[in-house]
Design a protein around this ligand. Structure first.
Ligand SMILES: Nc1nc2c(c(=O)[nH]1)N[C@H]1C(S)=C(S)[C@@H](COP(=O)(O)OP(=O)(O)OC[C@H]3O[C@@H](n4cnc5c(=O)[nH]c(N)nc54)[C@H](O)[C@@H]3O)O[C@H]1N2
Ligand SMILES: Nc1nc2c(c(=O)[nH]1)N[C@H]1C(S)=C(S)[C@@H](COP(=O)(O)OP(=O)(O)OC[C@H]3O[C@@H](n4cnc5c(=O)[nH]c(N)nc54)[C@H](O)[C@@H]3O)O[C@H]1N2
Ligand code: SF4
Ligand SMILES: [Mo]
Length: 703
């Protein structure tokens, strides 16, 4: 690496967690950002939006100093104040609320704007030390984690590096890596080029990944359990199940086989909308390839039956025994291999189990005072928010907007930009970016611990999340050793406490791979269940309170927001390539490349509604409606509508985006946001003006 390039790690909420090389120019500004070779999963490749990071880092609209609201909530009128005044005022308000309503009326609210373990998770230390309402993180991986653990109990899998060397077939299931973690495509492309490997993509629309596939299964959203069962039916029927392996490595193979007898391709065809021949073609391809790599994504689990769907799909490599072969098996997430002990970072020794836990995804109902969502406790009167933008990304967004407008709610937001959420705050604090602080990272799609050190001095008056949390802890009298430690000390403590080398060693080595040997990665000596057997019949009761809804054996769980005469379409709010959730929406180049909020419709639906490309349409349900532009898209079922997201509210004329339509009800067995599971109606908007507007509008349906 040349003098001007220094090592770093991408902190954004992405399975790839790329190793970066960043250029610090002689004038002190950020120059190029490129992928590093030091991490073999990154392999020198990063996504386009992070390659343009100088645009975000030196953005003229970055928050540079603390602000206090001086106009009505949400008016955008703020005045500059000092850090001391800002932290004093937040502390005063949290104390006021705590005294008057009890500490559970304060809810620290966070997510993964940065995935650094110190900067992201440190807020929990404040929560636990002061007895504030705890946080149940459900918006992203709850459904996928629960579904995967149902069969395997722990999360790890086959390293993606095996793909290029050994895989003859890659199945990308409910996942769009071209948009969401481009590095996966590097390894898939190599296998195709060097080994002639085939690519199958299971996705309700012709995503950028499906576009590249040899076989695209464009099933109806929320029907993956049916597809998986029918594939297993064919595997058993046509002698492609590895009975020997099943007898050794699974719990109830005979029961499974009997159960699947009625789960025929004809049965699944009626549910999934896929032709019988396509289901059989896929089953034969999968069953006929020992070195079949299954990439299980997050996307297909964002359905009310998503945990059941993940469990069903994760059964496939057990039935064929693909796990035994190099390049075969599955990868969902390496989460458990890191075996972190986050006692000091999160203050886990200060947890009071009697304090209520509030569900992240239900922030709308919670702020609206829904008794069930409040877990029987009183209202939330103060939010301290870091690393997330719920006014844009949360489901049931209408309720979220009403909640943030409450005059009896105090809101402090620590942010890099004036997001939809920051705009609603009473106090806004400016946050550092990853190049301006230290942190440690784990990844989902690879298995390397990586540490990044501060390269630039913070711009303006920006402070890190850790500085804000310790500054508040001092003022609030919160006691915990973690508040007295530096970021680096916390990183070092985490590494040692978890049984890894110290932080300096890991940093200097350019990362630390926690990948197990081949036998462990492939579960050759047993799955991480107590008896080493994969569970076709999961112990759902141990996985969440709503376990009674779960199927006994893999199945299609008919719980989705199914079409009806009133709402004949199913909306998938899939991720946009140039945005990362709502991050990067502030970059002009990203906005330009994404265009405008657009609904992809089947060409026949365009014709049926008399729509030309770009025409305005309205999508709605009982929660409201939004107006956007229509575009035809081949390769999706007639009743599927896809809107790539997440456009900020200001891009929608009525001031609220696509998540207005999404429900926040907790999906079984343990909660989770069904962000791709929404039945909607569609209508053409006759007004020609609406069709030509760059930022189309919205009308809320009457309550
Ligand atoms: N560019 C970009 N990158 C991102 C993000 C982003 O918003 N933009 N988000 C980041 C985050 S937070 C995460 S968690 C990851 C997620 O990364 P992924 O695992 O790729 O998951 P999703 O992005 O939710 O959705 C992926 C695909 O799932 C499909 N899908 C939806 N419903 C179903 C279904 O019922 N069945 C099947 N088979 N497929 C379905 C969608 O059409 C979509 O193409 O990506 C991260 N990376
Ligand atoms: N329609 C639709 N909605 C979805 C999804 C979808 O696919 N479709 N996906 C869902 C998923 S998977 C997820 S994970 C959620 C994600 O939702 P969010 O977690 O809200 O993700 P972002 O919108 O990217 O917001 C992260 C914010 O953190 C800020 N940030 C970044 N680094 C730092 C830092 O170091 N300090 C501080 N204080 N702030 C920082 C960024 O500026 C950004 O505004 O959205 C969910 N909502
Ligand atoms: S692919 Fe993901 S981890 Fe890599 S640079 Fe882009 S956002 Fe960051
Ligand atoms: Mo996510």
């Amino acid at each position: 690496m040349s003098d001007t390039f220094q090592p770093s790690v991408c902190p954004h909420d992405c399975p790839s967690v790329c190793a970066l090389e960043v250029e610090k120019r002689p004038d002190g500004r950020l120059g190029k950002v490129r992928g590093s070779q030091r991490n073999p999963f990154t392999a020198g490749v990063i996504c386009a939006k992070v390659a343009r990071y100088h645009e975000r880092f030196h953005h003229p609209e970055r928050l540079m100093h603390p602000l206090r609201r001086k106009g009505p909530k949400g008016s955008g009128a703020f005045e500059r104040i000092s850090w001391d005044d800002a932290l004093d005022e937040i502390a005063r308000n949290l104390q006021r609320v705590s005294r008057r309503h009890g500490p559970e009326a304060v809810w620290p609210y966070w997510y993964a704007g940065t995935m650094g373990l110190v900067q992201r998770d440190g807020i929990n230390r404040l929560t636990h030390a002061l007895g504030y309402s705890r946080f149940k993180s459900t918006i992203c991986v709850m459904l996928s984690d629960t579904g995967f653990k149902a069969g395997h109990r722990k999360r790890w899998g086959v390293p993606a590096l095996e793909i290029a060397q050994h895989s003859d077939l890659v199945v990308v299931w409910g996942c769009n890596p071209v948009h969401t973690h481009v590095n996966m495509m590097t390894h898939i492309a190599r296998a195709r080029k060097e080994r002639g490997a085939k690519l199958v993509v299971v996705d309700p629309y012709r995503s950028a990944t499906a576009e590249q596939a040899d076989l695209h299964l464009d099933l109806r959203p929320g029907t993956d359990g049916a597809l998986a069962c029918a594939v297993m039916h064919v595997l058993f029927r046509e002698g492609m199940a590895d009975r020997d392996y099943l007898a050794r490595m699974s719990d109830v193979p005979a029961e499974l086989e009997a159960h699947l007898e009625s789960r025929t391709p004809e049965w699944a065809s009626a549910i999934t909308g896929l032709p019988v021949a396509t289901i059989e073609e896929f089953a034969r391809l999968y069953g006929g390839t020992k070195r079949a790599f299954l990439r299980l994504g997050y996307g297909f689990t964002r359905q009310r039956n998503g945990a059941a769907a993940m469990h069903a799909a994760s059964c496939l490599p057990v039935v064929t025994g693909a796990w035994q072969h190099a390049g075969g098996g599955a990868l969902y997430n390496f989460g458990e291999l890191y075996r972190w002990d986050k006692t000091l970072i999160e203050g886990l020794d200060a947890v009071d189990p009697a304090v209520r836990v509030l569900d992240q995804s239900r922030i709308g109902p919670i702020l609206a005072g829904d008794a069930d969502a409040l877990e029987g406790g009183g209202p939330v009167h103060a939010l301290l928010i870091q690393n997330t933008n719920p006014m844009c990304v949360a489901p049931d967004l209408g309720k979220v907007h009403e909640g943030f407008a409450r005059e009896d709610l105090f809101v402090a937001v620590h942010e890099q930009f004036m997001t939809d959420t920051a705009r609603m705050a009473d106090i806004v604090l400016p946050a550092t970016m990853f190049l301006e602080h230290d942190d440690i990272y784990q990844a989902a799609a690879h298995s390397r611990i990586q540490i990044a050190r501060k390269i630039f001095e913070p711009q303006g008056e920006c402070r890190s999340n850790h500085e804000v949390i310790t500054g508040l802890a001092r003022r609030l009298g919160a006691a915990h050793p973690g508040f007295a430690m530096s970021e680096w000390e916390l990183i070092d403590d985490l590494c040692r406490r978890s049984g890894w080398p110290d932080a300096t060693t890991i940093f200097e080595a350019g990362g630390w791979d926690v990948v197990p040997d081949f036998a462990t990665a492939h579960h050759l000596e047993g799955f991480p269940t107590p008896d080493g057997r994969f569970r076709f019949k999961p112990d759902w009761a141990s996985l969440g309170p709503w376990h009674a809804k779960m199927p006994v054996l893999p199945d299609h769980l008919a719980l989705i927001d199914e079409v009806s005469q009133q709402k004949p379409f199913r909306l998938v709010a899939a991720p946009a390539r140039q945005f990362l959730n709502s991050t990067f929406t502030e970059m002009p180049t990203s906005q330009k490349r994404e265009g405008r909020p657009t609904a992809f419709l089947h060409p026949e639906v365009m014709a049926q509604f008399g729509l030309a490309e770009g025409a305005a349409v309205r999508l709605g349900n009982e929660r409201g409606s939004v107006t956007l532009h229509a575009a035809p898209r081949e390769g999706q079922h007639r009743d599927t509508i896809v809107v790539e997201s997440i456009w900020p509210n200001r891009h929608w004329k009525g001031g609220i985006g696509i998540n207005l339509l999404l429900g926040a009800d907790p999906a079984p067995p343990n909660g989770g946001a069904a962000v791709h599971d929404t039945a909607v109606w569609l209508e053409a908007v006759q007004d020609r003006d609406a069709a030509t507007q760059a930022a189309p509008g919205l009308e809320r349906a009457p309550a």
